[in-house]
Design a protein around this ligand. Structure first.
Ligand code: DGT
Ligand code: CA
Ligand code: CA
Length: 592
């Protein structure tokens, strides 16, 4: 029998299931977190875990500790892990079906399955709905009519969202596109490859991949593409284009085009649809018609072929419009009056202000995996000037205010020490920060005295996400009044496909941030991308400072800056709007 090839996503899903099983069994939360972290790391790998395993590199994956690495080795070698099987024992498979519903956690799912005798995955959800409709859930210990209704609502809601969920996260689409590009580049027929559609516009989620290949021999180039090993099904094929589905279910629409009409084709298939419709209306008023082949003058019927997109836009009397802005949100008007923003670039970034090291301060949430020095070196290799260590605050449970103070003091001393030893050599300066929980009443989760130890504080909501808009606004506004607070992290709390953001009165938050020079974070973590682009645009309009952070828990995550940058650009942000484009001296002055 052919040996099973493990996909990254499959392994990540399995590890996440192990974490859940541990959680149900009441295992220590660090163990649960270790499995979750390993799952996330594997999901974000840019190489295949199967390949890493074959070259003996599993233990080197950041976030995969030695014991998990051993279990994975057994899994990839033999197709099973006895350890994982032990962890799963006694947990009905149906639990994992129920967990797909947002709002049902591991322990609830387990209690429901046990109480209602739902064992198998098959029809598990339907059985749960039937039980709820018969009023059986409210009779279980710990449940009532209200929680029964909540479960029904959650299931209905998640069915609604299912369709939407088939879209991929930007980071995943990016990796996939890279892989296809690597393949295409090997052919000498291929002169250039471009990603188009929503991926080129850098949307947070991507429906399908649109690509274009510049070639003079499109027939052969198309044939070559169809040999890509991951193609599962060819949906249609024309002379110059084809649509296929890959083994992971993702669709690719790809076009093969000669250099003469390259510009118009890029423009057309980058979209968005709304942008193109608006552009066509505008062109028509000027006596022009637009297509993927160029610009036609209606009077003379003459077709102007446009080699570049710039020429295309300029011919219409517009400045070149960066793809991220092409959403028909005023960019066409701005391009006509030469008022497009000069968007922030990756090379403008001078530091990363939200990083989790592994320095042990007995944190309330997950600690990072790498040392201060490792992260400083990575900062240097990214060409930045500074970084900020912002682990989660020490847990309040089990610590007195004095304990917390001394843990944070020890951290500050260590950072001072490392700056003395390494700053000059690496040309990188480390700042001492902390990501502090905003408690439901708006107080911060560390004693006020400890704030004095920090260069700046990051505050964030990590619990009780479902407060009313009024209470959530009051909670955040209160937190923003504390001294040293300079960043509000992942301001809406959304996690794409996992949790909607909470409601906040942004006008009020914007006003306080502007006045107190508190930056709203654009968190680059692929599931977060928070602030979302629409709010970034509003914040930019309101003159609120922003910061693009990676929130890295390992050095490998520091490359995600790119995704936060994408969001910033989609929100029309310029360099001057983003505080981590400032030099360290400028930043200190800004914060004075
Ligand atoms: P997605 O795939 O849902 O994330 O979003 P897009 O924007 O990539 O949309 P897609 O893949 O349907 O189409 C790619 C681009 O092609 C789209 O942004 C605009 C352009 N386009 C040009 N003409 C048409 C048309 O007649 N219909 C559609 N759907 N798109 C068109
Ligand atoms: Ca698309
Ligand atoms: Ca498409």
């Amino acid at each position: 029998m052919a040996k099973k090839i493990w996909e990254n996503q499959e392994v990540a899903d399995l590890l996440r299931a192990v974490a859940t099983a541990y959680e149900i069994k009441g295992a220590n939360r660090f163990r649960v977190a270790a499995y979750q972290q390993a799952a996330t790391s594997i999901e974000h790998l840019t190489s295949e875990i199967q390949d890493l395993w074959e070259s003996g590199q599993i233990a080197q994956i950041p976030g995969v500790g030695s014991s998990i690495a051993q279990h994975l080795d057994e899994l990839l070698r033999t197709g099973r892990s006895r350890h994982f099987e032990d962890v799963f024992s006694g947990i009905p498979p149906a639990v994992f079906e129920l967990l797909k519903i947002t709002g049902i956690g591991p322990k609830t799912a387990f209690r429901l399955c046990q109480g209602l005798h739902i064992k198998e995955k098959k029809n598990a959800l339907q059985k749960l709905v039937t039980a709820a409709q018969k009023g059986l859930i409210r009779q279980l210990p710990g449940f009532g009519p209200q929680s029964e209704q909540k479960i029904l609502d959650a299931i209905a809601n998640s069915r609604l969202k299912k369709k939407e969920r088939r879209r991929m996260l930007l980071a995943l689409a990016d990796n996939l596109a890279q892989e296809v590009k690597r393949y295409l580049r090997q052919s000498p027929l291929v002169l250039e490859i471009k990603v188009l559609g929503s991926l080129r516009r850098r949307c947070a989620t991507i429906g399908d991949l649109d690509m274009a290949v510049k070639t003079r021999r499109y027939h052969q180039a198309l044939e070559y593409f169809l040999q890509f090993p991951k193609i599962r099904k060819i949906l249609n094929r024309g002379e110059k284009k084809t649509s296929v589905v890959l083994s992971n279910g993702v669709q690719i629409d790809i076009r093969f085009q000669s250099p003469e009409t390259w510009g118009s084709m890029l423009q057309y298939f980058t979209g968005s649809k709304q942008h193109n419709i608006h552009l066509r209306e505008m062109a028509r008023e000027k006596g022009l018609s637009l297509s993927e082949y160029g610009i036609r003058f209606l009077k003379t019927k003459k077709l102007l072929k446009t080699k570049t997109e710039k020429l295309f836009y300029n011919t219409l009397g517009l400045d070149y419009i960066p793809p991220e802005l092409r959403e028909d949100q005023g960019e066409i008007e701005a391009a006509a009056s030469h008022q497009l923003p000069d968007l922030v670039k990756l090379t403008d970034i001078r530091g990363d202000l939200h990083l989790h090291s592994n320095f042990p301060i007995e944190t309330s949430h997950d600690l990072g995996q790498d040392s201060f020095l490792t992260m400083m070196r990575q900062t240097a290799s990214l060409g930045y000037e500074y970084l900020g260590f912002s682990e989660h605050n020490p847990a309040q449970k089990g610590h007195t205010p004095e304990d917390i103070y001394s843990l944070l003091k020890a951290k500050k001393q260590q950072i001072d020490q490392i700056n003395r030893q390494w700053s000059q050599k690496l040309n990188v300066f480390a700042l001492n920060s902390l990501e502090i929980d905003i408690k439901p009443n708006g107080e911060l989760a560390i004693p006020e005295k400890a704030l004095n130890l920090l260069d700046y504080a990051i505050v964030a909501v990590h619990s009780e996400f479902n407060l009313s808009r009024k209470k959530m606004t009051a909670r955040i506004l209160k937190a923003l009044q504390y001294p040293k607070v300079r960043i509000l992290a992942h301001p809406t709390g959304r996690k794409i496909y996992q949790r909607d953001g909470y409601e906040v009165d942004w006008e009020k938050v914007f006003a306080v941030c502007r006045e107190r020079k508190i930056a709203l974070e654009i968190n680059s973590w692929p599931e977060r991308l928070d602030l979302p682009d629409i709010l970034v645009r509003e914040a930019v309009r309101a003159g609120v400072p922003l910061v693009i952070d990676t929130d890295s828990h390992a050095v490998d995550h520091m490359q995600f800056m790119r995704y936060g940058l994408d969001v910033a650009r989609r929100g029309w942000a310029e360099k001057k709007n983003i505080i981590n484009t400032f030099s360290l001296a400028q930043l200190k002055q800004f914060w004075q």
